[in-house]
Design a protein around this ligand. Structure first.
Ligand code: SER
Length: 590
């Protein structure tokens, strides 16, 4: 079966079950502060899973481009990819567990559809925990379809639960479907740890909403299913390796040509190269125009390209500037399904070439930097080299070894700490929290919103420039403000922050905004999100005068006109929110 046949069959099957087809959303999510990329088909559907009505009805189906970097270390095995296509179907408050399970089983096993061998199917269900009970309904539904008890594993939350990061995500237990990938008959007892059982489909039953530390029931029960296209295609064609499917094999063939090695001898390296070039091509090919950089999506893109280049050079260091030839193959494979790749072909190839060039000069600069180090190198030094030159830490380690430079005993740990700090900051920069976070536009809320800007500026003055906003939530009664900072504030620091804010309030400074492009906002050192499209206009709110301002932030508003109207600012609480993030609750009195 071809990928196209599989996509078409999937969509047609669910159309016979009254589903409407949606097109794939962009890989780069709109208005979602919690992630950099679309990680699942349900992602663009969150508001509808939470209860809003969808224009296409309450049964939906699509094929969605997805990108996950969480599993990047698994890439290199026979099933994991950073980019993949997800075949998904949804019930928004319509059918639930029994029908969903029945549909999946029918699509997989019916001769009319995929015709997979029922004897090779196994599933897992949620076994329950302190918050949510055992998913008996799914368990029974599988038994009723004829699945043997031995083929149903009851697993914990780590395996059989789905939710997005961040608060308010729809959530729920899931049932996962596995297929035995070997020619020989499957063992009666399902062992989820046996890699011959390949997970192909995940049906999530979203009847909960995640709150900060508990789950509440949603007003409707939803179904969210996701089936991995590459894995299913491999299974259908009796290939125990997604890289051997038509979607990846041509890339592997080209890598073999270019490097002169054979896939069976350099399997892991070639899989990583093929995976990363495909993902990079899709990021570059998305109409949003993301290019390699040191923050956000651009940072992930840069990392993928450089990591792949490093493996390419490891296989053969004489093949510079061939990376775009691999991207051409990716475009060829997908251009009929994803026309944006063809549309953006020039951009894709140009950016890849540019990045390759930068990477090569980086290699030289980084090597020189390492040359200057005597005796021992620390994790922090390696991070700085990485940060300044984009020099991968694995390569720093390799070169250090060649030059007899020792790695400090806590090298890995310190590198990780520096890296985590950096990532937290860059995630902050991408979060769309400035528009959100307001409960309403009442005067009280508006005042607190302005106070939040003063608070951020004051925190940066008192604690340092590492402080960035991580989120906010403002109601008429109080503001809640999350920001990056590694430790608890002292009583003196809190007092100083309060005092600074109250001084600005007492000075009755004007609050005004100007519209400008992102580039101008950046030049003016405005705080905030820089992820909108190139050339797009944004509002920059300023407290104070042009040449003597207290705060400047990209923000959609609304704000109060003068700080004098705010009253007295008081911090009520300062606490930890998550690793490296503090949370302040504050009010305006009088
Ligand atoms: N959201 C679930 C997943 O990504 C099902 O679509 O696996």
């Amino acid at each position: 079966m071809t990928a196209k046949e599989l996509r078409d069959k999937y969509l047609s099957f669910f159309v016979t079950k009254d589903h409407s087809i949606l097109s794939s959303a962009s890989l780069i999510p709109e208005n979602d502060p919690t992630v950099l990329f679309t990680t699942a088909g349900m992602h663009p559907l969150v508001p509808y899973l939470l209860g809003q009505s969808h224009a296409s009805g309450n049964r939906l189906v699509n094929v969605q481009k997805c990108l996950r970097t969480g599993d990047i270390d698994e890439v290199g095995d026979n099933t994991h990819n950073t980019f993949f296509e997800m075949l998904g179907n949804w019930s928004l408050g319509d059918f639930f567990k029994e029908e969903s399970i029945k549909y999946s089983y029918e699509f997989l096993s019916s001769k009319e559809w995929l015709g997979l061998d029922k004897e090779k199917i196994a599933v897992s269900v949620f076994k329950g925990d302190d918050n949510v009970p055992f998913d008996e309904r799914s368990y029974e539904a599988w038994l009723n379809l004829g699945l043997k008890e031995e083929r149903i594993a009851k697993l914990d939350k780590k395996e059989n639960w789905w939710e997005l990061p961040g608060e308010n995500s729809p959530a729920g237990p899931d049932t996962e479907i596995f297929y035995w990938s070997k020619d020989e008959p499957a063992p009666l007892k399902f062992n989820p740890d046996d890699e011959a059982w390949i997970e192909i489909w995940n049906n999530v039953f979203m009847e909960y909403q995640k709150n900060s530390d508990s789950y509440s029931k949603l007003s409707q029960h939803n179904v969210d299913t996701g089936m991995g296209l590459e894995r299913t295609l491999a299974v259908l064609n009796n290939l125990n390796d997604v890289y051997k499917t038509e979607l990846l094999w041509p890339i592997i063939e080209k890598i073999q040509d270019l490097t002169g090695f054979n896939y069976k001898d350099k399997t892991k390296e070639m899989r990583i190269i093929a995976d990363h070039i495909r993902t990079a091509t899709f990021i570059l090919g998305d109409d949003k125009g993301v290019s390699p950089s040191n923050t956000d999506q651009g940072y992930v893109l840069r990392k993928l390209i450089r990591r792949a280049l490093r493996y390419m050079r490891q296989l053969n260091s004489d093949i510079d500037y061939t990376f775009k030839d691999l991207a051409r193959i990716v475009i060829n494979i997908y251009q009929d399904t994803y026309q944006e790749l063809k549309r953006n072909e020039n951009f894709i190839l140009k950016e890849i070439d540019k990045e390759e060039k930068k990477f090569l000069s980086t290699l030289e600069a980084g090597a020189k930097q390492i040359d200057n180090i005597k005796g021992e190198i620390t994790g922090e030094e390696a991070f700085n080299i990485f940060q300044t030159f984009g020099y991968p830490v694995e390569m720093t380690k390799e070169i250090a070894k060649e030059k007899n430079i020792k790695l400090a005993s806590d090298f890995d740990e310190n590198f990780k700490i520096a890296m985590t700090k950096h990532q937290e900051l860059s995630r902050t920069a991408s979060a769309g929290k400035f528009k959100g976070g307001l409960a309403d536009s009442s005067e009280e809320t508006t005042k607190l919103h302005t106070a939040a800007h003063l608070l951020l500026a004051a925190l940066r003055k008192v604690l340092g420039d590492h402080v960035e906003q991580r989120g906010s939530n403002i109601t008429p009664e109080r503001l809640r403000f999350d920001f990056s900072h590694p430790e608890k504030l002292t009583a003196e620091q809190k007092e100083e922050v309060e005092q600074l804010v109250n001084e600005v309030i007492a000075s009755d400074l004007p609050v005004s905004f100007k519209e400008m492009t992102l580039e101008e906002a950046r030049e003016k050192n405005a705080m905030g999100i820089f992820e909108s499209k190139y050339g797009e206009k944004v509002k920059v709110y300023q407290v104070g005068d042009d040449d003597n301002y207290f705060s400047r932030e990209i923000c959609g508003g609304p704000h109060i006109e003068n700080t004098g109207k705010l009253g007295k600012f008081k911090i009520k609480k300062e606490e930890s929110s998550s690793a490296g993030v503090r949370r302040i609750k504050a009010v305006l009195e009088g």
